[in-house]
Each structure stands twice: as structure tokens, then as C-alpha cells.
Design a protein around this ligand. Structure first.
Ligand SMILES: Cc1ncc(COP(=O)(O)O)c(C=O)c1O
Ligand SMILES: N[C@@H](CCOP(=O)(O)O)C(=O)O
Length: 552
């Protein structure tokens, strides 16, 4: 059985609510919403104060070693049920949702672990329907939405039915994974905003060739951060919220983070099974190609639940706001000395954009601001507040106020910090960071193709290069680098790296059958300006049209 620790890792608090334990109740990182249920936070996505939802406590999985032989789905049930009360989703229903979600994966092991070289392993997260790590969470979230909607709509007809309007921002992968998780589902419309011309050709085709009536692709004139800002503005707008029920598929939605915790445990157990020298209880380092900080945040939860993680290593590309934070304690959209002259070696030769975003070979991480970093900031602020010797309610309130003030500075001044020394030191205890250039990304793809015949996608290559650097510091601690996408999704970068390599044949070695002929299929996409009010009107009009067609 698991027992509970408070968010700062101290001893258990008395549980006032007997139906939902504290890890099954949620609060906002900016302090206004408290005591929400799992269903409320999944359907709302973003808190009304603009903050992100987190559990009031992180459960301690004191029995984690007993999970070592469980299948991925059974392990997922054990972990997820610590965060979801059976009074909200009965155990059998939760098991059914989980089993359905992972039945669509091509690998029996769901997220296989493969050895790359001594003490360095690759966690392949791309065996779901869209060949990206997002499928692990978005197959689950799609089925979860469906479960809640069927339950809410029982016995209801026409306009009385609860209709969810999902709006999401994507730099390429979340879009197709969300679309595949939600296509054709009843009572849901999906609007995915991507930066026009800034996603890879395959990613664009994966999204725009889905013609289900409830799927709408919007190509926005701008960058990924503009898309993310539009989504957040829609969530904050009373007008659209009074007419439509908005839902989130980005990692601002807590269910995304929750589902991703599972593969940290699963890969740890896989490592223990395949290595004679590694035993349960030994420490491991995870290295995570990072943009919005969702994937690595799931690792932080795994660590706080008790998984023996030595460090979580953040691997950024040249869009390096996180790497700069870990080095300086300042979180700023632009480095203090102004925009750097040096740009990426992007395939088409484009370097730094006017807006400060660099167009790199790992475009899914071309991002100025990482939305989930706010969740980590809350835990750091909470731990800091807890040293003042006040009660837990005060600590939580302080953390919310601190986060709200940092985020206000980010919005109005473009950054905040340096944060308190203790806050930065705590962050450094659990995380390290590395910045990997395009040139190093290409070298890493080449090296692993030559040395072990493995073709890395550019995001995974950023992680592997960071893992090599971390391994040089960490002695004998094994490293698991997360492979976040299949290389065929980023054919341009793979081609730049490997076109001159002897025996390399993209079509034979890399291209999956599922991608062949995608470019011949019919496509549906609308263009949208970088203007949240214009997007709002577009969304309202298209939902109305869908509802009219469905109910008349
Ligand atoms: C292929 C790939 N790698 C890495 C990332 C970064 O993950 P996160 O945004 O969770 O940090 C993304 C996008 O989210 C991605 O699509
Ligand atoms: N890299 C992402 C950007 C959105 O991130 P999310 O994890 O918050 O959905 C993408 O591929 O769309």
C-alpha cells in the first residue's frame, strides 16, 4: 500500500476528505482554485486564474518495487489510481480506459528500452499511432474525455448534451497525437493551431489529412508561442467560455503529465531486467529532450513518488530558456545580452527569427516559454516557503503568490529572476541541463548510425548528446535517454545528417509504411491570423456549424 507525503516531501498530513485523498484533489499553481476533482481539472484544462493544476500532494509509492513485473497497462493502473479516486472512476472502468489506450500501440512492450552503448539506453516512446511520445498520453486523454462525456450526456439529447471544444497549440507532434486520440469521437470538436510553415512536412500531413468532421486544423501566421498564447487567451476569455466548454490537450492538461509518469517506472524496471549489474534501488539518470517541460516534469513526479532517480537531465536545442535558467537563475525569453547572433543550421538555411525563436533541426522544441515549468516553480516555491515554519495552508498560499508574481513579470517584462538562491539550489539538486546545437545534433545522428546502425530523430539526438555529456560527469550511473519521435517524422534533418553515409537508404531503413502516400491524400486546413479574437470567432462559427449539422 502506498502512504502519502506532503508536496514538500515531509510527513503525512491528516486527511480531512475520506473519498478523495490529497493526491486526488487538485489546486492551481497561482492559488485561486483549490480542492478540485480529477474530472474537473481534466475537463477544465487550465485554471480560472491562468494557473496550471497540480495535485495537492504527491503520493509516495512505497510499494513501487512490487510493480516490477507488471505489464505497461497494469503498471499504469497502479500509478494512475494513486491520483484518481475510485469514487470518480471505478477501478474496472479505469482499467478499461487504460487497456483501450495502449491496445493501439505497435510494440508489445508499449515503450521498449533499447541499449545504445555501455550504460546508455534509449527509451523508444514512438510506437503509438502517430509515431511520437505524445501518443502515450493522448490516447489515454482521448478515451478519458470520451468516458466523462458519455457519463455526463446519459439521457440527454440535442443542445442539452455537454459538447467539449478542444483547442490546442502544436509545433507538430501534439497536433497529430491529439487528432488521432479524438477523431470521430462524439460530443467533441478539436481545433489544433500550428505555426504555418514551421512544422515538418510529415507532421503537417499527419494532421491535415484527417478529414473527420470534428477535426479542424488552423495554420497560424506566427510561431508556436503565438499559438500557445492564443490558446491561453481563449481559456481566459469569458465570452467563449460562456458559449463553449473549452478543453485542453496540451500538457497544460494534468492528465497528459500523469500518463507520462508511467514510462519512467516501466523503463526503470526494463533496465533492471536487462542489466546484471543494475538492481532495484540503484540510481539512474533520465535525459529528456525538452521544450514545454511536460515530459521531464512527469519524471520529476516519478522521482518524488520514490523512483531512484539520480538526476533528470534537461536537453534543450538552441532555444535554451531552460538551460539559461539552470545556469543563471533567470527565466527570460531573451538572454540578458540581447538576441544571439548565432543561429541554427536549419535545413532551409533559416536562422533566428525576428521573434527570437530559432528555427532548428528539432522544431518540436522551437519554443520561447515552457508552459509546464510553472508547475515545477510551484513545487520549488512551496519547498522554500516550508522552511519558514508556518502551517501547510500558508505554505501553499505563499507558493501560489510567488508563482503568480513570477508569471506576471514574465508576461509584462519578458522574464523574472534571479530567483532566491535556495530555490535555484533545490532545482539544481534534482536537475541538470544541457544545450545542444544543430551541428552537435547532426554529429550525434551520424555517430550513432556509424557506430551502432541506429537512426536517431533530431530531438532524440539532442537527448543522446546531452546523455553523453552527463555520463562523463556521473561515473557508473546508467543513463536512459528518451527517444521522443520516430526519425521519419523529421526526414529533412535525418537526410542532412546521413545522406552521404555509405549504405544509408531512407526509404528502406527509416520510412514506415504508414507514411507512404500521405502526400497524395486529400487535406483540410484553414489559415488564421495571429490574433486570438479572430481565432475565437472562427472557432465559435465552426462549432455552431458542426452542432447544427449534428442536431438538425
Ligand atoms: C519530438 C518531440 N521531442 C521533444 C518534445 C519536448 O517535449 P516537452 O514539450 O514535453 O518538453 C516535443 C514536444 O513537446 C516533441 O514533439
Ligand atoms: N512540442 C509540442 C509543443 C506542444 O507541447 P505540449 O506537450 O504542451 O502539447 C508539439 O509537438 O506540439
Amino acid at each position: 500500500m502506498s502512504n502519502r507525503v506532503q508536496a514538500n516531501g515531509s510527513s503525512p498530513a491528516s486527511q480531512a476528505d475520506t473519498t478523495h485523498t490529497a493526491s486526488q484533489r487538485y489546486l492551481s499553481t497561482r492559488g485561486d482554485d483549490i480542492g478540485l476533482s480529477f474530472e474537473e481539472v481534466v475537463l477544465k484544462g487550465l485554471a480560472s486564474d491562468g494557473g496550471l493544476y497540480i495535485p495537492e500532494e504527491i503520493p509516495s509509492a512505497s510499494n513501487w518495487e512490487s510493480w516490477k513485473d507488471l505489464s505497461f497497462a497494469d503498471l499504469a493502473y497502479e500509478i494512475l489510481s494513486l491520483y484518481i479516486s475510485p469514487t470518480e472512476i471505478p477501478a474496472d472502468d479505469l482499467k478499461t480506459i487504460i487497456n483501450k489506450s495502449y491496445s493501439t500501440f505497435r510494440a508489445p512492450d508499449i515503450t521498449p528500452l533499447v541499449p545504445l552503448k555501455d550504460n546508455l539506453y534509449l527509451l523508444e516512446l514512438f510506437h503509438g499511432p502517430t509515431f511520437a511520445f505524445k501518443d502515450v498520453a493522448l490516447q489515454f486523454l482521448g478515451n478519458l474525455f470520451e468516458y466523462f462525456l458519455v457519463r455526463r450526456n446519459e439521457g440527454k439529447t440535442g443542445r442539452d448534451r455537454y459538447h467539449l471544444t478542444v483547442v490546442g497549440a502544436t509545433s507538430g507532434d501534439t497536433g497529430s497525437a491529439a487528432i488521432y486520440g479524438l477523431r470521430g469521437k462524439k460530443d467533441v470538436s478539436v481545433f489544433m493551431l500550428h505555426p504555418k510553415g514551421r512544422v515538418s512536412p510529415i507532421q503537417e500531413l499527419q494532421m491535415t489529412t484527417v478529414l473527420d468532421k470534428n477535426v479542424h486544423n488552423l495554420a497560424v501566421t506566427g510561431n508556436f508561442d503565438n499559438c500557445q498564447d492564443i490558446v491561453k487567451a481563449l481559456f481566459a476569455d469569458p465570452d467563449i467560455n460562456s458559449t463553449l466548454k473549452l478543453g485542453a490537450v496540451n500538457s497544460i492538461n494534468w492528465a497528459r503529465i500523469l500518463a507520462q509518469i508511467v514510462y519512467y517506472f516501466h523503463s526503470y524496471f526494463s533496465l533492471a531486467k536487462r542489466s546484471d549489474s543494475f538492481k532495484l534501488g540503484d540510481k539512474v539518470r533520465f535525459v529528456v529532450p525538452t521544450g514545454n517541460f511536460g515530459d521531464i516534469l512527469a519524471g520529476y513526479f516519478a522521482f518524488r513518488m520514490g523512483l531512484p532517480i539520480d538526476r533528470l537531465v534537461i536537453a534543450t536545442n538552441e532555444n535554451d530558456i531552460l538551460d539559461r535558467f539552470w545556469k543563471t537563475g533567470r527565466y527570460e525569453k531573451q538572454p540578458a545580452h540581447g538576441k544571439e547572433a548565432e543561429g541554427g543550421l536549419a535545413v532551409d538555411g533559416v536562422k533566428a527569427h525576428e521573434d527570437g525563436v530559432k528555427e532548428t533541426l528539432s522544431p518540436a522544441m522551437d519554443i520561447l516559454v515552457s508552459s509546464n515549468f510553472e508547475r515545477l516553480l510551484w513545487f520549488l516555491a512551496y519547498q522554500f516557503a516550508s522552511t519558514a515554519g508556518m502551517d501547510d495552508e500558508w505554505n501553499k498560499k505563499q507558493a501560489g503568490q510567488e508563482v503568480a508574481s513570477w508569471l506576471k513579470d514574465l508576461k509584462t517584462k519578458g522574464g523574472f529572476g534571479p530567483v532566491y538562491k535556495d530555490v535555484l539550489e533545490t532545482a539544481r539538486k534534482n536537475f541538470e541541463s544541457e544545450r545542444v546545437s544543430d551541428e552537435q545534433t547532426l554529429e550525434t545522428i551520424k555517430k550513432f548510425h556509424r557506430d551502432v546502425g541506429y537512426v536517431l530523430d533530431p530531438h532524440s539526438a539532442v537527448g543522446v548528446e546531452a546523455a553523453l555529456r552527463s555520463a562523463a560527469r556521473a561515473g557508473s550511473v546508467p543513463h536512459i535517454a528518451l527517444s521522443t519521435a520516430h526519425p521519419a517524422k523529421f526526414a529533412g534533418a535525418v537526410d542532412v545528417a546521413l545522406k552521404d553515409e555509405e549504405g544509408f537508404d531512407f526509404e528502406k531503413k527509416v520510412l514506415p509504411a504508414e507514411f507512404v502516400g500521405l502526400d497524395k491524400k486529400e487535406k483540410r486546413v484553414s489559415e488564421a491570423p495571429n490574433d486570438w479574437k479572430a481565432v475565437r470567432e472562427l472557432v465559435k462559427a465552426q462549432v455552431e456549424e458542426e452542432l447544427r449539422a449534428e442536431h438538425n
